[in-house]
Design a protein around this ligand. Structure first.
Ligand code: OSB
Ligand code: MG
Length: 369
């Protein structure tokens, strides 16, 4: 494909309610969209990064700089041979920066698939036309507020609840939600690295509540600690931040550091690597589910397609647009009996609402070719 134009659209999309995790509170989704115009089609992707490097080492301004100075030049050097599979190899010499790589690979793949008339789901190997929706529930000011929020999501049809936890907001909220909504509720927690191995006995107090999993209890670079923790608690361990590649996944599984994996395309450098993680996990009998970064419809479309692969056997953090935004940048993703429909149109398969995008765009930067 011959590239004619590349731009970054910085957007700020207000959240319907603040989202608090162990690492901070978001009031809006602030990110950039990458638009890649080729002679054949136009591709779009949403950067997973957040303004501050608190979830991982990446952040928006850094991702924009590495794209402009290091990734786009390497992609353009491919000339007309440019495509998603070649781009992955061309970007490999640049260390890390998975979220920046993800947004470029995804926009190129979108343009490529649009030119072919093929959807992400078809390309990736989706085997379902809808996927069960879970919801990630932030840390709240009080337990009654949490119980009400969870009840609200359940009334909407969400099939699985994930509670964000941190020291001081863990055993008691889980106990109350379990007791209020019963043993059949699919319930899990996410610590975003907030604990230490020394807290193993504390975390073992979650054991009686039959959680599906505990996500990323320890720091991202502590695989050995997660393996040790797995021997001390009964709740299965799921890794998020620790897994940035299929090799990481293979290592974590071999060490016994996780029993489940959260696959986020943005965290692992794109959909090709995400599919490899799916495949490695499947080969080891390790279930996966699709995580999120509060994406708008532009990032949600391809995530939902990925979540339709066979080894995505647990409901993901792929929620409806209304869980995040009063107005999405695409026609809203909605719950249908607790499921989201996998887009079938070419590429990411979502229409961009240009008026909404114009309203929510803070600035546009063109990357010189
Ligand atoms: O750890 O999974 C996480 C949101 C932002 C950053 C990290 C995480 C999350 C979520 C929400 O848990 C996922 C979503 O609904 O998109
Ligand atoms: Mg997580």
């Amino acid at each position: 494909m011959r590239v004619e134009h590349i731009e970054l659209r910085h957007v700020r999309i207000p959240l319907v309610t603040p989202f608090r995790t162990s690492f901070g509170t978001s009031h809006e989704r602030g990110t950039f969209l990458l638009r890649v115009v080729t002679a054949d089609a136009e591709g779009w992707a949403e950067c997973g990064a957040e303004p501050e490097p608190l979830y991982s080492s990446e952040f928006l301004a850094g991702a924009a700089a590495v794209l402009r100075d290091h990734l786009v030049p390497r992609a353009l050097a491919l000339g007309p041979a440019l495509g998603a599979e070649r781009i992955k190899n061309a970007l490999a010499p640049v260390k890390g920066n998975q979220m920046a790589k993800h947004v470029l690979e995804t926009a190129v793949l979108d343009a490529e698939l649009k030119a072919l008339g093929m959807s992400f789901g078809r390309y990736l190997g989706a085997v379902r036309d809808r996927v069960p929706a879970g919801v990630s529930v932030g840390i709240m000011d009080s337990i009654p507020a949490l119980v009400e929020a969870v009840g609200d999501y359940l009334a909407q049809g969400y099939q699985r609840i994930k509670l964000k936890i941190e020291p001081g907001w863990d055993i008691e909220p889980v106990r109350v939600v379990r007791e209020t909504y019963g043993d059949d509720l699919l319930l899990q927690v996410d610590a975003n690295t907030a604990y230490a191995l020394a807290g193993a006995r504390h975390l073992a107090q979650l054991d009686p509540f039959d959680l599906l999993l505990i996500e990323q209890p320890l720091p991202e670079d502590d695989l050995r600690g997660h393996a040790e923790l797995a021997r001390r608690i009964r709740t299965p361990i799921c890794l998020d931040e620790s897994i940035t590649s299929a090799r990481d996944a293979a290592t974590a599984i071999a060490l016994g550091a996780c029993q489940v994996i959260n696959v986020k395309p943005s965290r692992v450098g794109g959909y090709l690597e995400a599919r490899r993680i799916h495949d490695v996990a499947e080969a080891h009998g390790v279930p996966v589910w699709c995580g999120g970064m509060l994406e708008c419809g532009i990032g949600r479309g391809p995530n939902v397609a990925l979540a339709a692969l066979p080894n995505f056997v647990l409901p993901g953090d792929t929620s409806a647009s209304s869980r995040y935004f009063a107005q999405d940048l695409t026609p809203a993703f909605t719950l249908e009996d607790g499921n989201l429909r996998v887009p079938t149109g070419p590429g990411i398969g979502v229409e961009i609402l240009t008026d909404v995008l114009a309203d929510l765009t803070v600035s546009t930067t063109t990357i010189p070719l």
